[in-house]
Design a protein around this ligand. Structure first.
Ligand SMILES: *Cc1c(COP(=O)(O)O)cnc(C)c1O
Length: 443
């Protein structure tokens, strides 16, 4: 059994996270329940910040809030001196409502609406990451309307694509995001951006993938970006002050996942920046990164109550829990794998192989296919690990299932950061058009 962060098993065989017995959390807050190990989130944030400090380079560590955007998380990011990426008005609003300093907010996205851009301009956010020509001209015009000059990075696709265990060098990159370096679009975008009177071009951004376990893809991206920077300096006399290398740092979901310590990714990136830019006699740029999953993923655990089971002799046994693809769509979307234990009987010997199903009306609603567990009874608690990133953030109300509460635990204290949805929340935005009300009243 692999336990993350402050998780441990107590003498009664109960899973304890942040000093809180999960059986008591279930009794107090109900299930399903997202539990966030606050100390582990802060530890991850500090690993990034301290590793960059050790490099001597100027830096910003921007938490990619899409992984888990709630106000409490924004508050932690602000306390840990992180910056924050947002990709919609909803994420921006969440950050601003949490009191996150606008100057440290970066706005991403391949289709920002005029309303979103105006909202971000009014808030005076720190930087827009411009994805395409439409946005470039629109942002320049809207900033001009407000008499503002705004900082931008251009999102470029450097022709490197990284996957969990390998990375590939791609020629013409087939991506909906960014300006392609290989076909000259990025170069043209630099020329256009520097000609816009209301935009201040700070540099470029690249994001090569997600759940990456090795440094090679990042180092290759730095090589490409540095080569591009030198070309732009030599031919256009434009210097990049900022290089943003995106996120994608991997985490351990299951046995066999082998992420590197954060310090090693950071060292590989910063060493490569130093050597590439020094060799070209280029002033060392500021480095920004954007970790999402690796900031919160392994700090999250989802606690479910086991309900029914179905044994199909010779085929498989299902156990069903009181959540499913509504609180964690990743297995259904990406065949993502997870580890789990019985949180109230963690020391019991493993007895059977089961498939954990959710309660949604979809055959594909399976959280874990084939896991060894003690024989689970109705009322047992199942804890699924590593659900901190892209779980609550991707949760839905399919089947009109209410989204669970989120509690942050630390040193024996458990505090609600998101309330469980109520049945009234479920119908809160529903309206019955007047003519339908008349029809039913007439019966
Ligand atoms: C999704 C995303 C991130 C975060 O990725 P993780 O894999 O969660 O670290 C960072 N930057 C950009 C531009 C992204 O799209």
């Amino acid at each position: 059994m692999y336990l993350h962060g402050t998780s441990k098993i107590n003498e009664q065989g109960h899973l304890v996270i942040g000093g809180c017995d999960t059986t008591e959390l279930a009794a107090q807050f109900g299930t399903p329940l997202y539990i966030v190990d606050e100390a582990l989130v802060r530890q991850r944030a500090r690993e990034y910040v301290e590793s960059f400090r050790a490099s001597g380079l100027k830096f910003q560590v921007a938490y990619a809030s899409k992984a888990f955007s709630v106000m409490a998380m924004c508050a932690i990011a602000e306390q840990e001196d992180l910056s924050l990426d947002v990709v919609s008005d909803g994420e921006l609003y969440t950050a601003l409502k949490a009191g996150f300093p606008a100057a440290r907010i970066h706005f991403h996205g391949n289709n920002k609406t005029p309303e979103e851009i105006n909202m971000a301009l009014d808030a005076n956010i720190g930087c827009f990451v411009v994805d395409n020509f439409n946005e470039l001209y629109l942002l320049n015009a809207l900033a001009g309307d407000k008499g503002k000059k705004v900082n931008i990075l251009l999102r470029i696709t450097p022709g490197v694509e990284a996957h969990t265990h390998d990375y590939i060098s791609t020629g013409q990159t087939d991506s909906k995001f960014g300006f392609d370096v290989g076909n000259g679009t990025a170069y043209k975008a630099i020329q256009e951006a520097s000609a816009q009177p209301n935009l201040e071009l700070l540099g470029v951004h690249s994001h090569i993938g997600s759940q990456i376990f090795e440094v090679e893809g990042f180092v290759m991206a730095v090589d490409r970006v540095a080569g591009f920077a030198v070309q732009v300096r030599d031919e256009l006399n434009i210097l990049f002050r900022v290089i943003n290398l995106g996120g994608g740092f991997g985490i351990r979901y299951v046995e066999g996942d082998t992420p590197l310590p954060i310090s090693q990714y950071v060292k590989a990136i910063t060493d490569s920046i130093k050597s590439n830019f020094s060799a070209a006699g280029y002033p060392l740029p500021e480095i920004w990164v954007e970790p999402g999953r690796s900031m919160v993923g392994d700090a999250g655990t989802t606690l479910y109550t086991v309900g029914t089971s179905k044994d199909i002799p010779g085929v498989r046994k299902y156990i069903a829990v009181d959540g499913g693809m509504t609180d964690n769509p990743r297995p259904a979307l990406y065949e993502s794998r997870y580890e789990a234990i019985l949180a109230n009987r963690a020391n019991d010997p493993v007895e059977e192989n089961v498939t954990v199903a959710g309660k949604c009306c979809e055959s594909g609603d399976k959280l874990i296919i084939d896991i060894e567990l003690p024989k689970a009874n109705n009322g047992d608690l199942l804890a699924v690990f590593c659900t901190g990133a892209y779980n609550y953030a991707m949760a839905s109300n399919y089947n009109r299932i209410r989204r669970p509460a989120v509690v942050f635990v630390k040193d024996g204290a458990a505090d609600v950061a998101v309330k469980r949805e109520s049945l009234d929340d479920i119908v809160g935005n529903d309206l019955i058009p007047a003519r339908m009300q008349q029809a039913s009243a007439a019966k």
